[in-house]
Write a protein that binds this ligand. Structure first.
Ligand SMILES: [Zn+2]
Length: 250
């Protein structure tokens, strides 16, 4: 009798424990829908191993992308949206992996800093080192791909970003549309500095809306200093975040 009662009590206790575990598990399990709804993927262009362009003073493009991308993610969060870095450690294995990492986001924004065609470079000596530079071009640029499955939303966001940047006093570069070898990227929205660049892998391999942003030209000696200025970077990040939040709320 005692054994039976003890067994019965054990069964009741085990049952209660199982129920508690089920409830606790249900409460602890991540609910993917709310997490995935509305987040913005801020993709840090290039990697530590292959860091992209080199600035007029010898800094890597990746370092510019990482600093600005972090500021942008913070501004997007301050504007009330959820932002997550893609390739924040600079170790991502491929371009298509960026699109996969952004699956479920409302927008992937690839953050880059610009250079020019090789034939426009001259050299100067900075801190005892001879380095290539070109002061020919300056300004921001935005790109969308007609091979992206969500072109309409991509272009709407790129236009909103360009308009917000212009309203904050920044100017589009426009030179990517020049009819010269290596450029000739047609305008998608000239006023707001948006071009079509159909074969950019990060844009065409992303399932949702995707835009590539060039913040400015780091081989331009004056613009490099502006792009290193934290107050100016902050203004640019705030303007860009406002454009992103406005287009992803539609
Ligand atoms: Zn780049």
């Amino acid at each position: 009798m005692r054994t039976y009662r003890s067994g019965s009590l054990t069964a009741v206790l085990l049952g209660a424990l199982c129920l508690w575990l089920l409830v606790a598990a249900a409460e602890a399990a991540p609910s993917p829908k709310p997490e995935l709804r509305g987040w913005i993927a801020v993709d840090i262009g290039h990697t530590l191993a292959l860091p992209g362009a080199t600035s007029a003073r010898g800094l890597t493009e990746f370092s510019f992308n990482l600093t600005f991308g972090g500021m942008l993610a913070a501004e997007i969060a301050a504007a009330g949206a959820d932002a997550r870095l893609v390739n924040g450690d600079g170790m991502i294995e491929s371009l298509p992996a960026r699109g996969r990492a952004a699956a479920g986001s409302r927008l992937l924004l690839a953050v880059h800093h610009d250079s020019v065609q090789p034939r426009f470079f001259s050299t100067w000596t900075h801190e005892g080192v001879e380095r290539p530079f070109s002061d020919r071009n300056s300004g921001f640029s935005l790109f969308v791909s007609r091979k992206n499955a969500a072109l309409k939303a991509s272009l709407a966001c790129a236009s909103a970003m360009g308009a917000a940047l212009r309203a904050a006093g920044f100017s589009p570069s426009l030179y990517h549309a020049e009819r010269i070898a290596g450029e000739a990227k047609p305008f998608a929205d000239r006023a707001n500095g948006v071009h079509y660049y159909d074969n950019l892998i990060v844009l065409k391999s992303t399932q949702g809306p995707a835009v590539l942003f060039e913040a400015g030209v780091i081989v331009n000696r004056d613009e490099e200093l502006q792009l290193l200025d934290d107050a100016r970077r902050g203004r640019m990040a705030r303007a860009l975040a406002a454009g992103i939040v406005s287009c992803t709320r539609r």
